[in-house]
Write a protein that binds this ligand. Structure first.
Ligand SMILES: NC(=O)c1ccc[n+]([C@@H]2O[C@H](COP(=O)([O-])OP(=O)(O)OC[C@H]3O[C@@H](n4cnc5c(N)ncnc54)[C@H](O)[C@@H]3O)[C@@H](O)[C@H]2O)c1
Ligand SMILES: O=C(O)C(=O)C[C@@H](O)[C@H](O)[C@H](O)COP(=O)(O)O
Ligand SMILES: [Zn+2]
Length: 364
């Protein structure tokens, strides 16, 4: 089993990672009190709820099973968590365990931040995306019809327990979506990781265990490092948002759940990379390497056909990185290094939003 630490002073916590972790008694040391709520969904519950519950025989356990999908990451579904907690008469000493992907983790974490003003919380992520990204760092929340993740809180878990065996049941499309955030880390923070991914992407797609654990470990190390430097996104943490200003606009415009988060991030990253190239910051060769890797990972690299520049701008105007009304974007200063900047012309931004990416991709 691997162990990493997210260093956040008194809010520090471990990321435990390995195979068949559900068979080992790893979660109970992080439970406080006797009351446990497992927040999961209709897809994950039949697969893993029983295994998790088998570890918790000494506790009073209440499963809370939510409908599955990004379209349910909202107030109404959040209310179902509070209903479950209150019907079970759970106190401030309850521990909430999130068992599922990023949607479950974000909602269960937000519920943990709010319930009786904050209760104990453990992440048990079961998608690649949630194992490399959403379970680490304490961003929790829900969507608003006018923008992604617009209501939420920074609230750190007590532990993150990653059982990579759960990925065996994950649909291929979801695995690819997770690879988008993995590739993101190489692009923004570590060109060696990017090169390693170019060499290992096929092994990752067929879930080679050693390669998978290395990729998750590498990703979590980068995320944990960035979060430790800047927990509440005053500066460097915003680089984790590569492709997200464009990507969140795609998800919101297309209707939550129609484009997967990772798919939208892949396309958004291509747009940010194209912009970095047109600013003269990265080479055409590096742009092409990035696009090729997204394609090999099974991801889309062109925005939805009928999405206009104005459609993008409607959502980009409420992006959380905006300061004093100015759109700030995460761009690459080179492969493996990102900056957050508003230092680009409106003309360039409009050109990026109006580019025919299908045509650009004809040569790939
Ligand atoms: N908090 C953060 O820092 C952060 C970071 C990245 C993304 N996010 C958020 O995470 C969400 C995306 O997360 P996601 O990609 O995990 O999507 P998801 O939570 O919707 O899960 C994807 C699908 O896989 C299913 N599933 C989960 N585990 C499974 C398993 N082991 N086997 C079979 N099916 C399984 C789910 O039921 C769902 O249908 C978005 O809402 C995004 O905004 C948050
Ligand atoms: O942890 C972060 O910080 C990130 O930005 C990670 C992103 O991959 C993730 O999608 C996050 O939820 C986006 O946050 P938001 O603040 O742009 O809503
Ligand atoms: Zn993301």
């Amino acid at each position: 089993m691997h162990r990493l630490q997210v260093e956040l002073g008194e809010r520090s916590y471990p990321i435990l990672m390995g195979e068949s972790l559900f068979q080992k008694n790893l979660i109970t040391p992080y439970i406080k009190g006797k009351q446990v709520a497992i927040v999961t969904n209709e897809t994950v519950a039949p697969l893993y709820l029983e295994q998790l519950q088998a570890q918790l025989t000494d506790y009073q356990v209440q499963p809370i099973v939510l409908p599955d999908g990004e379209q349910y990451k909202n107030w109404q579904t959040l209310q179902l968590i509070f209903d479950g907690l209150l019907k079970a008469e759970y106190s401030r000493k309850v521990t909430i365990i999130a068992l599922g992907g990023g949607v479950i983790g974000d909602m269960a974490g937000f519920a943990a931040a709010c319930y009786q003003r904050g209760v104990n919380f453990i992440q048990v992520p079961t998608t690649l995306l949630s194992q490399v990204d959403s379970s680490v760092g304490g961003k929790t929340g829900i969507n608003h019809i006018l923008g992604k993740n617009m209501i939420g809180a920074f609230y750190q878990p007590q532990a993150v327990v990653i059982d990579v065996s759960t990925l065996k049941t994950l649909p291929k499309r979801e695995l690819s979506a997770g690879l988008a955030e993995v590739i993101k880390y190489g692009l923004i923070a570590d060109s060696d990781f990017f090169t390693w991914l170019e060499e290992n992407i096929e092994a990752l797609k067929i879930l080679d265990t050693a390669v998978l654990i290395k990729a998750i470990d590498w990703s979590c190390r980068i995320k944990a490092h960035v979060v430790a430097l800047d927990e509440t996104e005053e500066g460097i943490r915003a680089t984790l948002n590569l492709g997200h200003t464009f990507g969140h606009a795609i998800e919101s415009h297309q209707g939550y759940g129609n484009w997967l988060h990772g798919e939208a991030v892949a396309v958004g990253s291509v747009m940010a990379i194209e912009m970095s190239m047109r600013l003269g910051w990265i080479t055409e060769q590096d742009r092409n390497r990035a696009i090729r890797l997204f394609i090999r990972a099974g991801l889309p690299v062109a925005p939805p056909e009928k999405m206009s520049a104005n459609d993008f701008l409607k959502y980009m105007r409420v992006d959380k990185k905006i300061i004093d009304g100015q759109i700030r974007l995460v761009l690459l200063s080179k492969l493996g290094e990102a900056i957050v900047t508003s230092d680009f012309s409106t003309e360039l931004l409009n050109a990026i939003l109006s580019t025919n990416y299908e045509q650009l991709l004809d040569s790939f």
